[in-house]
Design a protein around this ligand. Structure first.
Ligand SMILES: Nc1ncnc2c1ncn2[C@@H]1O[C@H](COP(=O)(O)OP(=O)(O)O)[C@@H](O)[C@H]1O
Ligand SMILES: [Mg+2]
Length: 205
């Protein structure tokens, strides 16, 4: 039989097991070069600590470390999700997409049902990370699907992490003005500019 003090200890152990499982699954889906632990800016630490309503926008020139910082941020977020100060409310759902792959998946030529399921998944997930949002050009049709995803997350204050080499205000031509405007508000207090040299320069391509 457990003594009174077993309650919190058992809960702690149970949470530790869940955290470990979630982090290990996330590690397995993380691209190899982004598995290495890196330091992240203080604004990112603060974003994870004060998590809830706001989203995070990582910007800067090519090669400064936006994508790596975003993967590390997802990992820190996941750890915080299972933290003892947060009430347990089920396992974390986190989806990471390169914008090119996301736009491809949302195109009109695939099966409608698959696309609807993806949109619903991305509307409801606890965290969505979209990498390199400014890169490709998208059609108006795809912009509409993006709007469905981002508007639902916006009205329910569900966070997204975006990396982009342009600011939210300049995303209009890519995402359409309505998504750009919502992203501007969602990330208002958490646009983080990464500075420095292109870290890839000098390395083998
Ligand atoms: N803080 C960091 N410390 C060490 N290496 C880093 C750091 N941030 C990024 N890198 C490395 O620099 C390279 C470019 O980073 P990446 O995040 O892909 O850049 P970006 O997305 O801004 O183009 C990658 O090899 C990455 O692993
Ligand atoms: Mg990148």
């Amino acid at each position: 039989m457990h003594s009174d003090s077993d309650g919190p200890d058992l809960r702690k152990e149970w949470l530790q097991q869940r955290t470990h499982g979630a982090l290990s699954r996330f590690h397995d889906t993380t691209p190899l070069i982004y598995r290495k632990r890196i330091d992240v800016p203080k604004e990112v630490i603060d974003w994870v600590a004060g998590w809830g309503s706001s989203s995070l926008f990582l910007t800067g020139h090519i090669g400064v470390g936006k994508t790596h910082t975003a993967w590390e941020t997802c990992r820190l977020w996941l750890k915080a999700f299972y933290g003892p100060e947060r009430p347990w409310n089920g396992a974390a759902t986190i989806y990471t997409y390169r914008s090119t792959a996301l736009f491809d998946a949302l195109r009109p030529d695939g099966p409608d049902e698959v696309r609807r399921t993806l949109i619903k998944t991305l509307q409801d997930a606890d965290l969505v990370f979209v990498d390199d949002l400014a890169a490709p050009k998208v059609t108006e049709w795809t912009q509409e699907r993006l709007f469905e995803i981002f508007d639902e997350r916006y009205i329910n204050q569900r966070p997204v992490i975006i990396t982009s080499d342009v600011l939210p205000a300049d995303l209009g031509p890519v995402t359409g003005p309505r998504v750009a405007s919502r992203l501007g508000e969602m990330c208002r207090d958490s646009v983080v500019l990464l500075e420095g040299e292109d870290r890839r320069r000098g390395e083998a391509a």
